[in-house]
Design a protein around this ligand. Structure first.
Ligand code: F6P
Length: 357
């Protein structure tokens, strides 16, 4: 008999359900007796003992369903070791609930912050297996996270739709893409959508270079320009500031986001009409794309195998086209960013895409 706790934490994304289904299906087929405890709303469920006992049936028919059947929430790692408003020690509470239910392991689906807490629980002696979810694709130790490809599809669709209206009106259009502090989503959606300029957190931009590219397109007779801007994009000047000073500057920012700042600067320097589109959380919503369904199912199946082999302390990841086990201590606290001289960036530049650098 195996008793398994499961939770999804942090921002949701497509294929969370597909991944959980993969774990449960692979265990179901093993003939091992399994009890599943689904903790609700992320680590909160584990802290406050909010869970549901689930069976294989609960995971049936959810392969294509977006969101997470367990619910999720953000429980920042920064404050996980601080007592809650009633003085409860959250880490101790999670351990106690794990032991009270006599769990053999916890399967945790999450992104960067989630992995830090997962690793802390591992250090505290719990058996942990994690699965890499996030539309940002910024988890270290895996070439791919589930949710990412689905989000690329949605952001690309947004750019595609903007293309036709931008062409009709001869406007400069900015599409702001999610991704937190990294540019994977913007780079991929930008290239897939044929953006002319792509601004990423990893490659600070110079607004004059952005304007130069727009004017170059004008001269060539292209009436419009599409700019894919990562929500975390940063100017060269701002990149020189200390973290503290940049944070202070952001607090005083009058524009809702970097895209509006870039739009205002372009408008002021060129006199051109600039519009901003922010697809926002639509990028995390809806059904997982086929790639993510397959990918998340494979990760889930491997997690099931790890459980049956009593192998804990790993994130199930993907490296060089293979599903791999990555020690949690290697993953926690590290961001996977785009190298500014990565081959994909060089190739994009060969295609004439400007990064404003
Ligand atoms: O990490 C996923 C993500 O969608 C980021 O791309 C984005 O910056 C953030 O979450 C948004 O978070 P929230 O849903 O809490 O607004």
């Amino acid at each position: 008999m195996k008793r398994i706790g499961m939770l999804t934490s942090g921002g949701d994304c497509q294929a969370l359900n597909a991944a959980m289904r993969g774990v449960v299906k692979s265990l179901d087929y093993s003939k091992e007796d399994v009890e599943i405890y689904g903790f609700l709303d992320g680590y909160k469920g584990l802290i406050y003992s909010k869970f549901q006992m689930l069976t294989g049936r609960d995971f049936s028919g959810i392969l294509t369903k977006g969101g997470t059947i367990l619910g999720t929430s953000r429980t920042p790692f920064k404050t996980i070791q601080d007592p809650d408003e009633n003085g409860l020690n959250k880490v101790e509470a999670m351990k106690q609930n794990y032991y009270k239910l006599q769990l053999d392991c916890l399967v945790i689906l999450g992104g960067n912050g989630t992995h830090k807490t997962a690793n802390l629980l591992r250090q505290e002696g719990l058996n942990i297996i994690t699965l890499p979810k996030t539309i940002d694709n910024d988890l270290w130790g895996t070439d791919m996270t589930f949710g990412f490809q689905s989000a690329v599809n949605i952001a690309t669709d947004a750019i595609d739709c903007i293309h036709t209206t931008a062409a009709s009106h001869g406007r400069v259009f900015i599409v702001e893409v999610m991704g937190h502090k990294v540019g994977w989503l913007t780079l991929n959606a930008g290239m897939a959508g044929g953006a002319d300029i792509i601004l990423l957190p990893e490659i600070p931009y110079d607004i004059d270079k952005v304007v130069e590219k727009i004017e170059e397109r004008d001269k060539r007779g292209s009436r419009f320009t599409i700019i894919a801007v990562a929500e975390g994009a940063i100017s060269k000047a701002d990149a020189k500031l200390s973290k503290k000073d940049y944070k202070k500057k952001l607090e005083k920012r009058t524009h809702p986001s970097v895209s509006y700042e870039v739009a205002a600067a372009i408008q002021q320097k060129t006199g051109r009409e600039v519009r901003v589109t922010v697809p926002g959380h639509t990028q995390r919503g809806g059904s997982p794309c086929p790639y993510d369904r397959v990918f998340a199912s494979r990760l889930g199946a491997e997690a099931g195998k790890l459980i049956l082999d009593n192998q804990y302390g790993f994130m199930v990841g993907y490296k060089n086209r293979e599903i791999v086990r990555v020690p949690l201590e290697d993953v926690a606290g590290k961001l996977k960013m785009i190298e500014p001289d990565a081959t994909i960036v060089q190739e994009a530049k060969l295609l004439g895409i400007s990064f404003g650098d």
